[in-house]
Design a protein around this ligand. Structure first.
Ligand SMILES: NC(=O)c1ccc[n+]([C@@H]2O[C@H](COP(=O)([O-])OP(=O)(O)OC[C@H]3O[C@@H](n4cnc5c(N)ncnc54)[C@H](O)[C@@H]3O)[C@@H](O)[C@H]2O)c1
Length: 382
């Protein structure tokens, strides 16, 4: 089958830049696609990080420390930009203005103002596809919940809980990095770091928080730097956001949590939905398991728990009895981005990547959460 090749540049060749390289390297994992990404250029201010791309990927022709070299390169049609949050606004806007398609990373701007500036660039360039990375909804259990939601199977929503929990910061000796500094990570702290992952599915289902009462915690206030000296660790470690959401005129509580310090949780992303006709729960802590409870009035209330097969948005070579993992969700997300880029609304399956508008909703929520914590009040979200 002739494949449409999408020529990518990568800006930011760290943890997530390499995840993309790995996904591209095993594109043959996906079945029957008529499109494929090809990385032709890599940029990182740390030249060694960019050079890794040239060493690993035969198609990489340009390696540079200046991202503008990628914007001037006509061969590059799309860019994955995975850099610290303080750089999002300038780089994303420059990428969009250069007419390149963009997969950006969350939180899509270090704060609300930066996010609004990015959104304005998006509005000026409707010819460019702009999406935000968020891979967890592509886990088979989460993806099936999304299907049920599109089919309207939950009935009236009673309550929703969603979260993303880490634990490595429990170790007070873990050295500080850019993700624990307000200057580079942003005042949102853990909300900027983890929050878009938590709100992606709720926002896609139309569950917009109308207000929020936030409790934010700073637990470890100092960390060693590279020299071993203790320096301030400024960012919020944990956030618990109690929101009122509504859909179809009906209100329900939505509890969202983002925790850098949740003892024992390595990378736990979860969503629990209680509905009058169907309830469902999925957590990456038990990535094979999906629990759900259909209900008809007067009927039994019996939870079902099943190991979900390896079935996500895009069919893959993996047999359905095998396990799905983090890097599989990244691969599926990239398939959705490339599919939308090539096929637009005719993409093969309906779950498209997180949109700039969804990131804007998340920024309104996190900004209101900061205000709620400061004032101790419930804050209405405009
Ligand atoms: N989707 C996810 O699951 C996920 C996971 C982790 C991080 N992220 C997001 O990805 C982004 C990057 O995080 P990371 O963990 O990959 O960080 P990282 O520190 O591992 O990598 C960032 C890279 O950007 C480079 N860089 C800094 N300034 C640059 C510039 N001006 N031009 C080019 N390169 C520059 C750094 O040298 C570094 O190699 C952040 O927005 C973060 O929130 C997403």
């Amino acid at each position: 089958m002739a494949k449409r090749s999408i020529r990518f540049g990568v800006i930011g060749c760290g943890l997530m830049g390499r995840e993309f390289a790995s996904a591209v390297g095993r594109w043959c994992h996906l079945l029957d696609l008529d499109f494929e990404p090809q990385i032709v250029a890599a940029c990182d201010t740390n030249l060694a990080a960019a050079q890794w791309f040239r060493d690993q990927i035969a198609s990489v022709r340009l390696v540079t420390t200046d991202y503008r070299d990628l914007l001037n390169e006509t061969q590059v049609e799309a860019i994955y930009c995975a850099v610290p949050h303080n750089l999002h606004a300038q780089l994303y806007i420059d990428i969009i203005e250069a007419g390149k398609h963009l997969m950006g990373e969350k939180p899509f701007g270090i704060d609300l103002q930066a996010n609004q500036a990015i959104l304005e660039a998006v509005t000026r360039h409707p010819e460019v596809l702009v999406r935000c990375s968020s891979e967890f909804p592509f886990h088979p259990g989460a993806y099936r919940i999304g299907q049920w939601m599109r089919e309207g199977r939950f009935g009236r929503i009673i309550e929703v809980e969603a979260g993303f929990w880490h634990s490595s910061d429990l170790n007070p000796q873990k050295p500080i990095n850019w993700k624990r500094r307000c200057e580079t990570n942003g005042e949102y702290g853990c909300m900027g770091d983890l929050g878009m992952h938590v709100v992606h599915m709720p926002l896609r289902f139309g569950w917009k928080p109308r207000n929020v009462r936030a409790l934010l915690s700073k637990i470890v206030k100092e960390r060693p730097d590279r020299s071993g000296a203790m320096v301030p660790c400024e960012t919020w470690d944990n956030a618990v956001l109690a929101c009122e959401a509504s859909v179809d005129g009906q209100e329900f509580p939505m509890l969202l949590s983002m925790k850098r310090i949740a003892p024992g949780h390595a990378n736990t992303w979860f969503i629990r939905i209680a509905g009058t006709a169907l309830s469902a729960e999925f957590s990456t802590r038990n990535p094979k398991q999906l629990a759900w409870m259909p209900y008809t009035p007067g009927g039994d209330q019996v939870w079902q728990v099943a190991d979900v097969p390896y079935q996500s948005a895009y069919p893959a070579i993996t047999g359905s009895i095998f396990e799905f993992g983090f890097s599989d969700s990244i691969l599926q997300m990239w398939a959705a981005f490339c599919d939308e880029l090539v096929n637009g609304q005719g993409m093969r399956q309906p779950f498209y990547c997180a949109t700039p508008e969804e990131t804007a909703e998340s920024h309104r929520l996190f900004t209101a959460a900061l205000e709620s914590h400061r004032s101790g009040q419930v804050v209405t979200i405009a």
